[in-house]
Write a protein that binds this ligand. Structure first.
Ligand code: C2E
Ligand code: SIN
Ligand code: SIN
Ligand code: FE
Ligand code: FE
Length: 497
């Protein structure tokens, strides 16, 4: 063992001091010791920062309690044990209150070694615990900040909102209120300040080239830099000098995404505050999170823009198809739009979910798209169709299916084009579906379609009156049409009259 121990003994009897040293040697210590008797000697010896102090309770010119006070006054944290011939309980308690680790009666000096050992062990343990707790607390605080930042970022869907939240949370975590986030423009070389707080909102230069100013320099350097005071740094952008207050410094960190430097975070604090190592470490993690979040949101925005363009393109395509069909079949002009409006109204009434309406809209507009596959001679024939012609005409729902099923975007809209000529009693085409086998939207659509066809001129006959058309619908309720749909339809048409 022979553990070295730099020992200071406050004791007027040299023999007593020797005894203490011996007790410590018995316990396995190897004391390097010094004995003092007066306050002056004691103060001088304290400068050497001993590992341990043993002090007699009462000396002719000094006392253990006074020694303890002197240690405390100097803010020293040195283990201290009182050793005394006789000590009252009250005195012992006041010594412990003052920070003594223990007290030992001289006639029980055998206990001294153990008491010193115990004191040292418990201090060591205490110290380790504090360090560990401090680290743990720091780590936990860091994780909490990162967690709250990254989880809130997950739900943001615009870059502006993301950067605002990111800056706000980062500053809050650091107990600061001044900072900015700069991102490199995707289409130029410029770095732009996209989010700012505190005096950054007043800066004139919110756009810099790489290399320009502190932000541009950090971007080129591609490493975080600490600036004790912005205005005394020669790299500061001269354009922002008038708006940058004196006495402010801080840290600038690059934001990375896929190994690429995509921007800078600046956190500013006013002197004497400085960003600590711990805060810098947290900021490093924040910058990492920011890089991932910015990347994600840019992808999202890109996808959304592409998606919007796609939807617009499809929409135009569908309207174009419906229009082309009506051009061919001149007399049905406006039919697609009219049946679409009426079908949507009925669909809502009959409880079709909102998110299905868009498919019903598309399906209605395109219901007769399959007639594209039917020749003019049949489609525009002024009289009735013969068997061969009729067979071809009956294929138009199947043609629609073949065409639309290839387009993912239109697959959910297939039910109407494919099933609008099915009949409730099972005698329709192309598959002879019966009752509820026929998708509800197709059952709805069939009523609307036949009604609108009957009140319109066709190449093969003149328009019927509305009254006759309604009579026909009622008559076919339960055979051609779903009775519940007919009922809702009649109420709907009544209201429109
Ligand atoms: P469309 O003209 O759009 O008619 C759609 C549906 O409305 C018809 O489906 C039918 O159920 C109903 N409908 C239309 N006109 C009449 C009618 O005068 N009387 C009755 N009872 N119902 C009518 P359908 O029958 O399956 O016909 C599908 C498509 O076949 C029609 O679409 C039309 O393009 C064509 N078509 C049907 N009959 C003839 C015809 O006699 N001559 C010609 N050239 N084409 C016909
Ligand atoms: C700069 O790029 O120099 C301006 C940023 C700042 O004021 O710290
Ligand atoms: C289709 O398969 O899209 C038509 C709807 C059906 O009959 O289930
Ligand atoms: Fe049709
Ligand atoms: Fe139609």
């Amino acid at each position: 063992m022979n553990e070295p121990l730099r020992l200071l003994i406050v004791e007027d009897y040299p023999d007593d001091a020797e005894l203490m040293v011996m007790r410590l040697e018995e316990e396995g210590f190897k004391p390097d010791w010094k004995r003092v008797e007066t306050e002056t000697e004691f103060i001088k010896a304290l400068e050497e920062k001993p590992d341990f102090i043993l002090a007699d309770w009462a000396l002719p010119q000094f006392s253990g309690l006074r020694a303890l006070e002197l240690v405390n006054e100097r803010g020293l944290d040195i283990p201290f044990i009182l050793v005394s011939g006789s000590i009252g309980e009250e005195a012992a308690i006041s010594a412990l209150h003052l920070g003594a680790s223990d007290y030992i009666l001289k006639d029980r000096s055998k206990r001294l070694g153990q008491a010193v050992r115990r004191t040292l062990d418990s201090r060591r343990y205490q110290h380790e615990k504090e360090v560990a707790e401090g680290e743990l607390k720091g780590r936990l605080a860091e994780l909490e900040v990162l967690y709250s930042i990254s989880s809130s970022l997950r739900y943001l869907e615009s870059l502006d909102a993301l950067l605002k939240s990111l800056l706000g949370q980062t500053l809050a975590a650091l107990n600061a209120d001044t900072g900015s986030i700069w991102l490199k423009d995707l289409n130029s070389s410029k770095l732009r300040m996209l989010s700012a707080s505190g005096w950054f909102t007043e800066l004139d230069a919110w756009e810099v080239e790489p290399g320009e100013g502190l932000v541009g320099s950090t971007y080129l350097l591609n490493k975080s830099i600490m600036i004790p005071e912005f205005v005394s740094d020669p790299r500061l952008n001269t354009k922002v000098l008038p708006q940058t207050p004196a006495g402010w410094g801080g840290v600038l960190l690059p934001i990375h995404s896929n190994e690429e430097n995509i921007g800078i975070i600046v956190v500013a604090v006013s002197q004497p505050r400085q960003i600590t190592e711990k805060e810098l470490k947290l900021l490093g993690s924040v910058a990492e999170t920011a890089g991932i979040a910015v990347h994600r949101i840019r992808l999202f925005e890109e996808l959304q823009a592409a998606g919007d363009a796609l939807v617009a393109a499809y929409h135009e395509t569908i309207k174009g198809w419906a229009g082309a069909l009506e051009l061919r079949d001149q007399e049905t002009e406006g039919h697609s739009e009219r049946v679409t409006d009426l079908t949507l109204e009925l669909a809502k009434k009959l409880g079709i979910a909102d998110d299905q309406l868009i498919h019903i809209y598309r399906g209605s507009l395109l219901h007769d798209i399959g007639k594209m596959g039917v020749s003019d001679t049949i489609l525009l024939k002024p009289g009735s169709l013969d068997d061969r012609e009729w067979e071809i005409m009956c294929h138009h729902p199947q043609y629609a299916y073949d065409l639309l099923a290839r387009i993912d975007y239109l697959k959910p809209a297939l039910n109407i084009p494919y099933c609008h000529h099915e009949k409730y009693n099972g005698t329709g085409y192309p598959r002879g579906l019966k009752g509820e086998e026929i998708p509800l939207e197709a059952r709805i659509f069939a009523v609307v379609d036949v009604y609108d066809a009957l009140i319109s001129d066709r190449p093969y006959r003149m328009a019927w009156s509305e009254k006759d058309a309604l009579e026909h619908i009622k008559k076919e309720s339960g055979s051609h049409f779903d009775p519940q749909v007919v009922q809702a339809f009649l109420m709907q048409v009544d209201k429109t009259d």
